[in-house]
Design a protein around this ligand. Structure first.
Ligand SMILES: *Cc1c(COP(=O)(O)O)cnc(C)c1O
Length: 373
């Protein structure tokens, strides 16, 4: 593609500083803008948000949008603090959790020692390190692609990982996380809980005992609001104070009136939220069974996605062939998961369409093979 090849990839633009030439931006999954595509590549929700959310956004679309929103999104901060039983001073809001994470890296990780994160994890962490000049050490996974927390007991400038991890979907227990916080007291530990609602146990109860713990959440996945960009962090007053210092040196108003109204309405419709999470979990179980039946190994997932590999067919090839069926999944060309695909759990129909397409792909393969013999 022209933009990527000529401008972004090679970094030749004479107007750029060396710093910009050396950046390695995050590459998000494709957004095709074609409604007919079965989009299982970016872990969005296959369901819309609660009807109350849409109503709240519409109601907010009035003359008041000529006014700036409350700078720190106070009404939403209040809502979130009440939802989780925390104080308002423990909540930080941002324009998607990617922005929240960017501020957290800037705020806590620009230290002399390297920060630690898993070898296989959310690739934005490396991008932020490059942006802020943060040294890092990637910690290898255990045999089954799980995060091995024992290996994190080394001097560090901070620790970050998603729980459940992405793109593996593996979950750590609250006890695992407590044990990490017991030995790691000198630096900030960030737990990115982007997928925690899909069956994991949040580390929020640990906040009262560990002042160096920061938890980030997003409304993009379980609350189906990826298009509105809302995320938040929860932590001790001191950590949150620091983050507001960084944020207020960057953008006074990262969350708009529409974002604030939508998010509040989402937290107030608990039934809808629980229902859609339940449907995703059921879809995840059904899809896992369906994939097993056609020869895939599926990493046990606590997210709204599955990391899978086939015993006979190459991941990159399957990805390309699915595309021809109008189905997008994600392939990361990165060892040791280069022969894996990450598939977002869709609605019942999308999951079915995916399984049918896979069967067709494999049948074609089988017959080609047969012809060759
Ligand atoms: C999707 C995702 C995010 C980003 O969420 P936004 O709020 O949409 O920016 C952060 N961390 C992980 C691990 C994710 O998968």
């Amino acid at each position: 593609m022209k933009i990527n090849g000529d401008v972004m990839g090679e970094g030749k633009n004479i107007y750029w500083s060396k710093f910009v030439k050396d950046l390695a931006p995050y590459e998000p999954g494709e957004q095709p803008g074609d409604e007919n595509v079965v989009k299982l590549n970016t872990n969005e929700s296959p369901f819309g948000p609660s009807p109350n959310v849409l109503q709240a956004v519409k109601a907010e679309l009035n003359d008041s949008i000529r006014l700036y929103p409350p700078p720190n999104g106070d009404p939403l901060k209040r809502e979130i603090s009440e939802y989780y039983g925390l104080s308002e001073k423990q909540v930080f809001l941002g324009n998607g959790s990617d922005e929240v994470l960017a501020h957290a890296f800037n705020c806590f990780f620009r230290k002399n020692k390297p920060i630690l994160f898993p070898e296989i994890t959310y690739s934005f962490y490396s991008v932020f390190c490059k942006l802020y000049g943060i040294k890092n050490k990637k910690i290898s996974m255990s045999e089954n692609l799980k995060i091995n927390l024992e290996k994190y007991d080394v001097p560090n400038g901070g620790i970050i990982f998603p729980n459940p991890n992405a793109p593996t979907g593996t979950l750590l227990s609250l006890d695992d996380i407590r044990s990490l916080l017991k030995f790691n007291t000198e630096s900030v530990v960030i737990i990115d809980e982007a997928y925690i609602d899909f069956g994991g146990v949040s580390a929020i109860p640990l906040l009262q005992d560990y002042k160096n713990l920061l938890i980030t959440h997003t409304l993009s996945k379980s609350r189906a609001l990826a298009g509105l960009r809302i995320g938040y962090a929860l932590g001790s007053n001191d950590l949150i104070d620091g983050m507001y210092r960084v944020k207020n040196s960057f953008n006074s108003y990262p969350t708009s009136r529409l974002q604030i109204a939508a998010a509040i309405a989402s937290f107030r419709d608990e039934n809808y939220f629980q229902d859609s999470v339940k449907k995703i979990i059921k879809g995840r179980d059904d899809l896992t069974k369906g994939l097993h039946a056609i020869g895939f190994y599926v990493v046990p997932s606590s997210g709204n996605f599955l990391l899978v590999t086939h015993t006979e067919y190459e991941a990159a090839d399957i990805c390309r062939r699915l595309r021809q069926f109008g189905i997008l999944v994600r392939h990361f060309d990165q060892s040791p998961i280069s022969n894996y695909l990450r598939i977002s759990v869709g609605c019942e129909m999308q999951n079915k369409v995916l399984l049918e397409a896979l069967k067709k792909i494999f049948v074609t393969h089988y017959s080609e093979d047969t012809l060759r013999i």
